[in-house]
Design a protein around this ligand. Structure first.
Ligand code: MRU
Length: 341
C-alpha cells in the first residue's frame, strides 16, 4: 500500500495518517485543499518525496473541484492553489517541485476537461516515478554498505516519507534484499519523533534489526565504534549544503570527527539548482511541539521556544550523495546529478 495515492473512485487523495503511527495505521481522505493543507502542516503526510506527490495531487484535486468552464480561469485558480500549498512547508523543495511540475503540464491543455485529465496524469506520474526512482537509488546506495554493517539514520527517510520504498531506508532495504546483513541505529528525532515512531516501526515491519537511541546519543555510539556509516535523506540540496531534519548537522559533525562515512540519499527532484544555503527558508514550527509531548506538558507554558524543523549540513561533511542517477562525491556540480551515470 502506498503512503499517498489518488482514489479514482471519488477523485480524492488518500494517505496514511502518519501522526498516528506506530499505534495505528489509518488511511485518511483529503477531498478539498483545506484538508490537504492541514494534513501537510500537521505532518499527516510528510517527508520530501511524499510531499512532492502531495503537491501534484493537490493540483489535480483543485482541478477536479473547480466549477469553471473557462480555461484561463482554471489555470489562474490552479496557480493560486499552488501558492497556498507551497506555503504550507517552505523547506522541503519537493512540495513546490510537485506543484510546479503539474502546473507546467496543465499549460498543455486545450480546454477545461483536457487540463483536468493532464494534471491528474502528471500527478500520478510523479507518484509512480517516485517508487521506481527510489528502487534505482537504493541499488546505487546499497553498494556503499558492507555485509555486517551497522548504519545510523535520523528522522524517517523510509517508505512513509516517500510514495514507497524510501531513500535512506530504501538504500538499507536494497542492501538487505541483496543478501547483506545490515543493522540500523535510529535516532528518535525530537521533537516529533519520526525516528522512533516511524523508522523503527517501518524497519521492524520488514524484520530489519533496529535499535532506537535518543538524538543526544549519536556522539556516544560513534565514539564507541558502534556505527559503520550514517545515511540520511534530504529535504533540499543546494550547491553548498544538505537541508534535512533538525539534528542531522550534529550527527554529521560527529561522523566527521570519527571518520565515519556520512551519506545522503535523495532523488534529483530534491536538488535546488539555483539557491545557496543562506537563501533557503528554514521552517519554524510551533513552540508547543517542545512544551508538550503526547498531550502532556513537559516545559513551562510561557517558556520561549526556538523550533526549526530542519538544519543545513555543509557539503564538506558529506561523503557522498546517492541519487537515482548514481553516487556523487563532493565536490560535484549540481548539474552533474541531472544526467544518468
Ligand atoms: O518534517 P518531516 O518529517 O517532513 O521531515 C522529513 C525529513 O527531514 C526527511 O529526512 C526528509 O524529508 C527526507 S525523506 C526521504
Amino acid at each position: 500500500m502506498r503512503t499517498i495515492d489518488w482514489n479514482d473512485e471519488n477523485g480524492t487523495i488518500i494517505m496514511v495518517d502518519q501522526t498516528l503511527l506506530p499505534a495505528e495505521y489509518r488511511m485518511i481522505t483529503c477531498d478539498n485543499i483545506g484538508s490537504l493543507c492541514e494534513a501537510i502542516q500537521s505532518l499527516r503526510v510528510r517527508g520530501a518525496p511524499a510531499l512532492g506527490a502531495a503537491g501534484g495531487f493537490g493540483i489535480a484535486l483543485a482541478a477536479g473541484c473547480s466549477s469553471t468552464d473557462s480555461m484561463e480561469v482554471l489555470l489562474d485558480e490552479l496557480r493560486k492553489v499552488g501558492d497556498v500549498i507551497k506555503a504550507t512547508r517552505p523547506t522541503a523543495v519537493n512540495l513546490a517541485w510537485g506543484v510546479d511540475r503539474v502546473l507546467d503540464a496543465a499549460r498543455d491543455g486545450y480546454d477545461v476537461s483536457g487540463i483536468r485529465s493532464i494534471v491528474l496524469k502528471e500527478a500520478k506520474a510523479i507518484a509512480d516515478e517516485d517508487v521506481e526512482l527510489n528502487k534505482r537509488l537504493g541499488a546505487h546506495g546499497a553498494a556503499l554498505l558492507e555485509d555486517g554493517d551497522t548504519v545510523m539514520t535520523h528522522c524517517n527517510a523510509g517508505r512513509m516519507a516517500c510514495v514507497d520504498w524510501g531513500t535512506a531506508l530504501g538504500v538499507i532495504r536494497s542492501a538487505v534484499e541483496m543478501g547483506k546483513e545490515i543493522k540500523v541505529i535510529a535516532s528518535e528525532t525530537r521533537p516529533l519523533n519520526q525516528g522512533g515512531r516511524i523508522t523503527a516501526w517501518e524497519l521492524m515491519e520488514d524484520k530489519i534489526p533496529v535499535t532506537l537511541i535518543t538524538d543526544s546519543m549519536s556522539g556516544h555510539v560513534m565514539r564507541r565504534g558502534m556505527v559503520d556509516s550514517v545515511i540520511v535523506g534530504a529535504d533540499r540540496i543546494t550547491q553548498d549544503a544538505v537541508f534535512n531534519k533538525i539534528g542531522t548537522y550534529t550527527h554529521s559533525i560527529v561522523a566527521k570527527e570519527h571518520e565515519i562515512p556520512f551519506y545522503v540519499a535523495a532523488p534529483v527532484s530534491t536538488f535546488d539548482f539555483v539557491r545557496m544555503e543562506d537563501e533557503v527558508e528554514i521552517e519554524l514550527r510551533d513552540g508547543d511541539e517542545l512544551r508538550f509531548m503526547v498531550g502532556k506538558q513537559i516545559a513551562p507554558l510561557e517558556v520561549e521556544v526556538y523550533n526549526p524543523a530542519f538544519d543545513a549540513t555543509p557539503m564538506e561533511n558529506v561523503t557522498a550523495v546517492v541519487t537515482e542517477n548514481g553516487v556523487f562525491r563532493p565536490p560535484f556540480l549540481l548539474d552533474e546529478v541531472r544526467f544518468l551515470q
